[in-house]
Design a protein around this ligand. Structure first.
Ligand SMILES: O=C(O)CCC(=O)C(=O)O
Ligand SMILES: [Fe+2]
Length: 307
């Protein structure tokens, strides 16, 4: 079973169920590495609107989407065609399509952030109407919620929440639209919507359209399906948080094989400032920016070729 957390109880220290929520979160973070959250500060209608903007974009003809193809821009912003990402070197590139929106650098971010791949400028399509406004707003709201969640989770597992908060002042976040068409007829056992992988950063806040598809690897082997209706989110943890907590919080492998139904999901990959050191205390430093850039170059097919 994937733990189901009441976000309000977790985030409000005065809530009657706060301690119970913290205990459940600590178990989820250190055991299965996945949980779902409900009763969140993000309005379900707002999430539904973001999903519909992505859907309208993905339904555009390929020739239109190609204008925003990340293989042409050379960074990882804009449209990723089917086959543009290979998250598992033992599987074929994924058959999903994506649209990636990266960090919007706040005023006051250091000059050392400018020009990095992890802070590359965004690419906004002309259609559908309102896409940039809807998704920019989704970026800000989801990032704010993710930071509060991450700090509460850090606290629940016995880490210093304020220390974490200070490492996310110009986060290398990425909001992605994933579009999984029906699983193609030609798909072999090496073809996936998204092949087995762990996420690269700290916390992933995933909205879905409610269609099943996500599977999470159990520690003892086997897979658990996870679903979340619109308005609830799936939370999991990435490689950086596993490093940072010395393995206490786990980055759990997961995948989407795909079904006869198309599906949209929106992960927010919540990553720290590029100059955060994500090594556990007393260990040689690990640069968050260098780790993320390396994982991007391993998995985006156009960046694999370039490096
Ligand atoms: O679509 C999903 O449910 C999962 C997507 C995912 O794992 C990812 O984008 O990293
Ligand atoms: Fe993932």
């Amino acid at each position: 079973m994937i733990p189901r957390i009441d976000a309000q109880a977790l985030l409000d220290a005065a809530h009657l169920d706060h301690d119970a929520a913290k205990t459940l979160v600590a178990t989820a973070a250190t055991d299965i590495g996945f949980m779902t959250v409900h009763n969140t500060p993000i309005d379900p209608a707002f999430v539904a609107d973001a999903i519909e903007h992505y859907r309208a974009f993905f339904k555009l003809p390929a020739a239109t989407k190609q204008k925003y193809d990340m293989a042409q821009t050379g960074s990882n912003r804009g449209w990723g065609a089917p086959g543009s990402e290979q998250v598992d070197p033992n599987a074929n590139p994924d058959y999903k399509q994506v649209f990636d929106i990266g960090s919007i650098l706040p005023d006051g971010a250091p000059d050392s952030a400018k020009g990095l791949l992890t802070y590359a400028p965004n690419v906004w399509p002309d259609a559908p109407d309102g896409f940039a406004d809807a998704l920019r707003s989704y970026y800000y709201k989801s990032t704010e919620f993710a930071l509060d969640l991450l700090c509460a989770i850090a606290d629940a597992v016995g880490e210093d929440a304020d220390y974490f908060r200070n490492q996310f002042t110009y986060p290398m976040s990425l909001v992605r639209g994933n579009f999984y068409p029906e699983r193609p007829e030609w798909a072999s056992e090496r073809d996936f919507g998204i092949a087995t992988h762990t996420d690269y950063g700290c916390l992933t806040l995933l909205a879905t359209d409610g269609t099943p598809g996500l599977e999470v690897r159990k520690r003892g082997g086997g897979w658990i399906p996870v679903t979340a209706p619109i308005g609830e989110f799936v939370i999991n943890f990435g490689e950086m948080l596993e490093f940072w907590t010395g393995g206490k919080v786990v980055a759990t492998p997961h995948r989407v094989i795909g079904t006869d139904d198309e599906r949209i999901s929106i992960p927010l990959f919540f990553n720290p400032n590029h100059d955060a050191n994500v090594a556990p205390k007393g260990k040689p430093p690990i640069s968050a920016g260098a780790h993320l850039e390396q994982r991007y170059k391993e998995t985006y097919v156009h960046l694999q070729k370039a490096s």
